[in-house]
Design a binder for this molecule. Sequence first.
Ligand code: OGA
Ligand code: NI
Length: 432
Amino acid sequence: MGAVDQAFIQAQEHRPTKSSSTYAEGIPLIDLSSPDGLVSEIGNACKNWGFFQVVNHGVPLEKRQKLEDSSRKFFGLSLEEKRKIRRTEKQVLGYYDTEHTKNVRDWKEVFDFVAKDHNLVPASPDPHDKELLELHNVWPQYPPELKEASEEYVKELEKLAFKLMELIALSLGLPANRFHSFFRDQTTFVRLNHYPPCPAPDLALGVGRHKDGGALTILFQDDVGGLQVKRKSDGEWVTVKPTPDAYIVNVGDIIQVWSNEAYESVEHRVMVNSEKERYSIPYFFNPAHYTMVEPLEELTNEQSPPKYKTYNWGKFMSNRKLSNFKKLKVENIQIAHLRISTTNMDVCEEYAGEVEKLAYKMLELISLSLGLSGDRLHSCFKDQISFLRVNRYPACPFPELALGVGRHKDGGALTVLAQDEVGGLEVRRKSD
Ligand code: OGA
Ligand code: NI
């Protein structure tokens, strides 16, 4: 990867800081083999952290080690060799070393494969484009065991993923199998990550801050460490301490929407270091591409209405993929864009609609008073550029010298003003 190119440099406020490199206390460590209180442990971990580690998870150690070993062998190949199975806009799986997160390049190289070969996904993010694409895994010639190791691994991880989804369902008061049908034609994929040593670990990141867009992520990390989570309680970046043979589980955006925000996906990032390389393997458990993601009916009612608009998972995913592949000029899609707001925007639009009715009424009266027909001026406002302003005048220590707004006339057609009970608006009387 050579010297540190400008493309890797994080903006000041997103660079890792010294204080954030200490290990986090309190990230829940959950033993999946002890049934007592397991459901509420999972529920609390999802609610308070969005991240937790699991042990006694049932995935045989050898299966993980076999994939980890193959991953190390693959990334040990020359760049030329690895690029033979390079990801392109059409062939979206395989090797890739120029991924961007939020338009900054990540200090890593990856190998992606899907859990179900021949997976269907939308061909483009365009909502009108109904074309589908069949995904095919591509395997390198070396090491030859990578394909088998991968296929065996996803079988084990799928069992764990369903088990976790059952526990999450129960913790939300839903039947254990509530989520199962979403994953019938799942778009789950696995990524082998390799983070080489980096000469500027204070400027670059292995993966920039992000939330996982899918349902659930189950991550294996080696003993080097570097994964950081933005702690919900105080917004501090804390490092997840590597625990031998544990998996790190995190809630993705889809669970946030399904649960109507009972559980939130949490921001995380990966620090790199100047001496050691690091390997990790996230398993992204994702539903079928045609899934329309929305808050579950059982978890919403009149008191807690749905907080998100319904969206299509396949289109969301293909938008994300494209923006990680290509540097786009626009911000990539986030579920925050799909949140139903009951704040400023709605309030302003609703109010503006009401004032507009009053404004037309005044226009009519003015027209009539001038001997014109009531609707004489209506057409002038067909493509109106009316605007609404909310003013706040703070208390002022020298009101005899300053004004809230200096003397002026309004340049437009008509102003409709609401003022509070304090008063202060002055008008120069025409008569004198
Ligand atoms: C990811 C991710 C963490 C890691 O790939 O989405 O967050 O430790 N990876 O590699
Ligand atoms: Ni992630």
